[in-house]
Write a protein that binds this ligand. Structure first.
Ligand code: ZN
Length: 290
């Protein structure tokens, strides 16, 4: 239904994403149809996946106990929008980080704080290990909630932008490993939401992941910030797509998304001028019937 980032031809987007981290494009190889945005919500969650998870609303399980998928909030006219930021880092990027490459983006987080913009950060376990102080700081700030973006940003289905693949049968373990990394780092306000790297998933994966008792979170607005060279086209792309209830996917890594902070500075005042309120994903999931 959605095409790849408007700012990139599909081939270019795939080439850029291959072997890299961000890939905030629509789920090539996955099924990112908005679904399970149904009327029934459970609130608060029974965080059986981890005793340290914050209580937050989740969607009911899908058919056969499959992991439910959330793509956007209710289209009820309420002008609410959730900015989400994927903090990507893979297991093999440690040497690059050691050489000075920055997979974090403290300036972006500071800007969100200055602008008082609530947000949901989808963090890989590897990122929390690399930047434990920042991970803790984000989780301790009531503006933010921390969600799971896998341990090492590997794909859960193939093909998925050339990402290495989580071995079959280990999907749940990977998710639990990320939650464990958050616990080790002392991250608070971890919510039972999971974003598939690249958005790539299929029904078999959702069934395998069902017992984790977390809700998969996709998006309905692709910012195109991954590998963007300028902030203005990113801002324009977001501003042209946001609707009431939208979930916007952006990134919290300077390495692969260096313009995101500047894009946020353009997006936030404009959406506020249009009457939008910024919320976290949990606010949309728990908003009731669509
Ligand atoms: Zn990602």
């Amino acid at each position: 239904m959605r095409s790849l980032s408007r700012s990139l031809a599909p081939a270019a987007a795939l080439a850029l994403c291959a072997g890299l981290t961000a890939c905030g494009s629509s789920g090539k190889g996955g099924d990112d149809k908005p679904r399970a945005v149904g009327p029934a919500r459970t609130a608060p969650a029974s965080p059986s996946a981890s005793p340290s998870l914050s209580a937050a609303p989740t969607l009911p399980a899908g058919p056969g106990g499959a992991m439910p998928v959330f793509s956007h909030g209710a289209r009820d006219g309420r002008k609410r929008v959730a900015l989400t930021f994927d903090a990507d880092m893979t297991s093999d990027q440690g040497p690059r980080a050691a050489r000075g490459e920055r997979f974090d983006n403290p300036g972006l987080i500071a800007t969100l704080r200055t602008l008082k913009v609530p947000a949901t950060v989808f963090m890989t376990g590897r990122w929390a290990e690399q930047y434990p102080d920042e991970a803790r700081s984000i989780g301790a700030d009531p503006l933010f909630e921390v969600a799971n973006h896998s341990y090492s940003h590997h794909a859960f289905t193939t093909p998925c932008y050339g990402l290495p693949t989580v071995p079959r049968g280990t999907a749940r373990a990977d998710v639990e490993r990320a939650f464990a990394a958050f616990r080790t780092a002392g991250v608070e306000h971890v919510v039972p939401y999971f974003r598939f790297p690249g958005g790539c998933h299929d029904d078999a994966t959702l069934r395998e992941m069902g017992p984790a008792k977390v809700t998969a979170v996709q998006w309905d607005v692709i910012s195109g910030d991954a590998f963007a060279k300028q902030a203005q086209p990113v801002a324009a792309q977001v501003l042209s797509q946001v609707k009431p209830g939208s979930v916007v996917v952006m990134h919290c890594t300077r390495s692969a998304a260096p313009t995101t902070e500047d894009a946020v500075k353009k997006i936030v005042p404009e959406l506020r001028a249009r009457g939008y309120e910024f919320v976290r994903v949990s606010d949309l999931v728990g908003a009731g019937p669509s």
